[in-house]
Design a protein around this ligand. Structure first.
Ligand code: ATP
Length: 422
């Protein structure tokens, strides 16, 4: 298990991570989500002992990474797939990592098979595509057959087939009881891959809950209402009536209205009472991506001047509490409109899926003939040191469920640059 308690990292005036507390449990894929610059990589670097926290601490199986016995056999990480010696072949790159960590050379061919690079193992990695580089980075992370795995944006540069493969690999690793912590800024991808989500914005914890709970809490239903395009005054009239009745109305780009807080029959009645004809009145489900954008919209550092999310943003209403400011960072000026449940049940919507495709043959790297099992992990269990008894620390956020098991760390040293070297 990975456990962060009050983790804070400042770079001069810049607060990259602020008072972050969470647990990453074994036997599950935990997605680590946040907009660009929100502190995901910094957090991962602190987990791996590559950056020192300004305050707080983070442990793996009860130990700070640097004190973990035989860390490369315990923890595997993909931080920067480009951090390889480009003049070396894929096999030699992995062999050098294996030698440094006392990992048997035969393991190199095993992981090359797992990631589907066995046919190009003798090629120099500087000729690799982005996707091949990602696969090589994943192979390096798996080298020590670790119980704890960290992946920073592992699907970057992968084609759809590669993305599916990574997704299934993550799930399979978790199904084996490993701790799998994977960062992404794509909610849609994490919804398909992760069991649990930790969402941060500007270095602060925004959400720590299971995917199922996230869906239940955030995939709110809304009504789409459209009045005749030829009579814009009707739209205004209806909008005013719906707002007066307690609805929350957001204009949509095509001229429709997105309404929460009112059931469909009530919207229909109000339209009738105000003499507004409707061209459309339909129930909809907000996507998880939208829920994520609502959650993080106030904590996005980099935004296009024609940001599509702009339509979701609402000025802070009177009396509403803005997000807690992070020292060293700007004050967000926007808030996320609450999902309809909070302002009165709009209308019952069936809970969205939550179901993820079963992890079928996760090790079968696409295009990798013969890369299917024999289970490449079927090694004598590496002498994973017994993790010390965890002090019963209480997570700050209610984090429903999750099994408990020992953790193990990795971190091929050449995939990342130590803080003092930067
Ligand atoms: N070495 C450093 N010196 C100064 N500031 C840094 C350093 N490393 C990170 N930061 C800043 O800390 C913040 C968090 O960066 P970080 O790379 O951890 O975010 P991220 O969530 O991983 O972003 P992305 O999704 O874009 O990779 C950013 O504002 C970044 O500019």
């Amino acid at each position: 298990m990975i456990e962060a308690v009050g983790l804070t990292k400042r770079y001069g005036d810049k607060t990259a991570v602020y008072n972050l507390s969470f647990q990453v449990r074994p036997g599950a894929v935990t997605g680590f989500l946040g907009p660009n610059g929100s502190g995901k990589s910094t957090t991962m670097r602190m987990i791996l002992g590559l950056d020192n926290p300004t305050s707080g601490q983070v442990t793996i199986g009860g130990y700070p990474y640097r004190r973990l016995p035989n860390a490369p056999r315990q923890v595997g990480a993909l931080l920067d797939a480009k951090a390889v010696h480009g003049g070396r072949s894929a096999r030699n790159h992995l062999l050098s990592l294996a030698q440094l960590s006392g990992i048997p050379a035969r393991r190199v061919d095993e992981v090359l098979g797992v990631v589907g690079l066995q046919d190009v193992a003798g090629r120099r990695s500087n000729g690799f595509s982005l996707g091949m580089g990602q696969r090589l980075g994943i192979a390096a992370a798996l080298l020590g057959d670790p119980q704890v795995l960290l992946f920073d944006e592992p699907v970057n540069g992968l084609d759809p087939e590669g993305i599916l493969w990574v997704r299934n690999l993550m799930k399979a690793l978790a199904a084996e009881g490993r701790t799998v912590f994977v960062s992404s800024h794509l909610m849609s991808e994490m919804a398909l891959t992760a069991d649990h989500l930790i969402v941060i914005g500007r270095g602060q914890l925004l959400s720590d809950m299971s995917v199922r709970d996230f869906i239940a809490a955030n995939s709110a239903g809304f009504a789409r209402v459209r009045t005749p395009d030829t009579e814009p005054q009707l739209r205004e009239k209806l909008s005013a009536a719906l707002t007066e009745a307690g609805g929350h109305v957001l204009p949509e780009q095509d001229g429709g209205l997105r309404v929460t807080g009112l059931p469909l029959p009530r919207i229909s009645d109000l339209a009738h009472d105000t003499g507004v004809r409707l061209w459309e009145l339909s129930p909809h489900q907000a996507s998880l991506e939208e829920a994520y954008m609502r959650m993080t919209q106030g904590v996005v550092d980099y935004r296009s001047s024609t940001d599509e999310k702009a339509g979701l943003m609402q000025p802070l209403p009177p009396g509403a509490q803005p997000p807690v400011p992070v020292p060293g960072q700007g004050q967000p000026g926007w808030y996320a409109p609450p999902p309809p449940q909070q302002s009165g049940q709009a209308f019952a919507m069936p809970a969205p899926h939550g179901g993820r495709p079963p992890a079928a043959n996760p090790y079968a790297a696409p295009g990798a003939p013969g890369a299917t099992p024999p289970n490449p992990y079927a090694q004598p269990a590496s002498a994973a040191p017994q993790t010390p008894a965890q002090p019963p620390q209480q997570p700050q956020q209610a984090a429903p469920e999750a099994p408990a098991a020992p953790g193990t760390p990795p971190a091929p040293a050449d995939l990342t640059k130590p803080e003092d070297v930067r």
